[in-house]
Design a protein around this ligand. Structure first.
Ligand code: C2E
Ligand code: MG
Ligand code: MG
Ligand code: MG
Length: 288
């Protein structure tokens, strides 16, 4: 029944996973065959400019439904895929699938950028830039419609190599975002050495933004710094109108979170675009 529910709702994780966790090895073996069995699917979460109502992008989020029909959350299987060496194959599929989606959207009249999460082992291969370039070529999509999300931890691990790779990608036209910003090294002075288009302010700062002065101060500082460096900021995990208003007052207009939409399956996305979005990619902003 998890399967049926999962098809209808955007994100349904089997609660039973919590009480009866599959052992690591079993899960890792299942992961090894999941790609061939076509058990992966990308969901897409809209990113919205709350000021204009315009959809500025979609984040591709990986979903895995195992042979029993259980949705296994990325927080469970991504670390395993990294540990057991499956993440590069899976991650390359994600890049390719995202490009297929961008093409599909273009063919149905929507020019929307899609961002993908990149794992450390993926990024650290010497041919990473070639893989990404080949993917956009294969599907004949403009590089600027593909955004790569990397965490601070990943880009800071080998600074000089990262700068080279990111410059190559950025020069080719790809957009670069720093994910979960504020939770990693936060070596702010390094930011100006990387070609970064967007900082994604981590959900942990958004959750208590309104009640916690410290979180508000951190978000204010991130936004101010990013503005000076001509980098966009987008807030992650925004669930309420109060948070939207508060963020806008701090100068952060770009919003991703359940307030606007949960991650959507491919058919749900098509329906959402048809129903809620006009030709200029504007959504009607829900009110309180
Ligand atoms: P992330 O990249 O920071 O993605 C944002 C996560 O926050 C997603 O969780 C999304 O569903 C969730 N989220 C968005 N808005 C809200 C909200 O308003 N409230 C709450 N409570 N949650 C919200 P998800 O899809 O479970 O993914 C978790 C993490 O798994 C991602 O964090 C990312 O680090 C990783 N991940 C997902 N897909 C991929 C992938 O294709 N490759 C790699 N390497 N990692 C991935
Ligand atoms: Mg992300
Ligand atoms: Mg994040
Ligand atoms: Mg994350």
């Amino acid at each position: 029944q998890a399967k049926e529910q999962g098809r209808r709702r955007a994100v349904v994780y089997d609660d039973g996973m919590q009480s009866h966790p599959l052992d690591t090895l079993t899960l890792s073996n299942k992961l090894a065959t999941a790609l061939n069995r076509q058990q992966f699917e990308l969901y897409y979460q809209p990113q919205v400019n709350a000021n204009t109502g315009q959809i500025i992008g979609l984040e591709a989020l990986l979903r895995w439904q195992d042979s029993q029909g259980h949705f296994i959350p990325p927080s469970h299987f991504i670390p395993l895929a990294e540990q057991y060496g499956h993440i590069t194959t899976i991650g390359d599929w994600v890049i390719s699938e995202a490009c297929r989606q961008i093409r599909l959207l273009m063919d149905t009249g929507y020019r929307i950028s899609v961002s993908v999460n990149i794992a450390s082992q993926q990024f650290n291969r010497s041919n990473f830039a070639d893989i990404v370039i080949n993917a956009v070529r294969e599907f004949d999509v403009p590089a600027e419609l593909l955004e790569l999300e990397l965490t601070e931890r990943i880009v800071m691990a080998n600074v000089e190599e990262s700068i080279d790779t990111l410059n190559t990608l950025h020069d080719y036209g790809f957009k670069i975002a720093i994910d979960d910003f504020g939770t990693g090294y936060s070596s702010l002075s390094y930011l100006k050495r990387f070609p970064i288009d967007q900082l994604k302010i981590d959900k942990s700062f958004v959750d208590d933004l309104i009640s916690c002065d410290d979180d508000a101060a951190i978000v204010t500082a991130i936004v101010a710094m990013a503005n000076k460096l001509h980098i966009d900021t987008i807030a992650e995990g925004v669930e309420t109108l109060d948070q939207v208003n508060f963020l806008e007052a701090l100068g952060c207009n770009l919003i991703q979170g359940y307030y606007f939409s949960r991650p959507l399956s491919q058919p749900e996305l098509q329906k959402y675009l048809k129903k809620s979005v006009n030709k200029d990619l504007k959504v009607s902003i829900p009110s309180a």
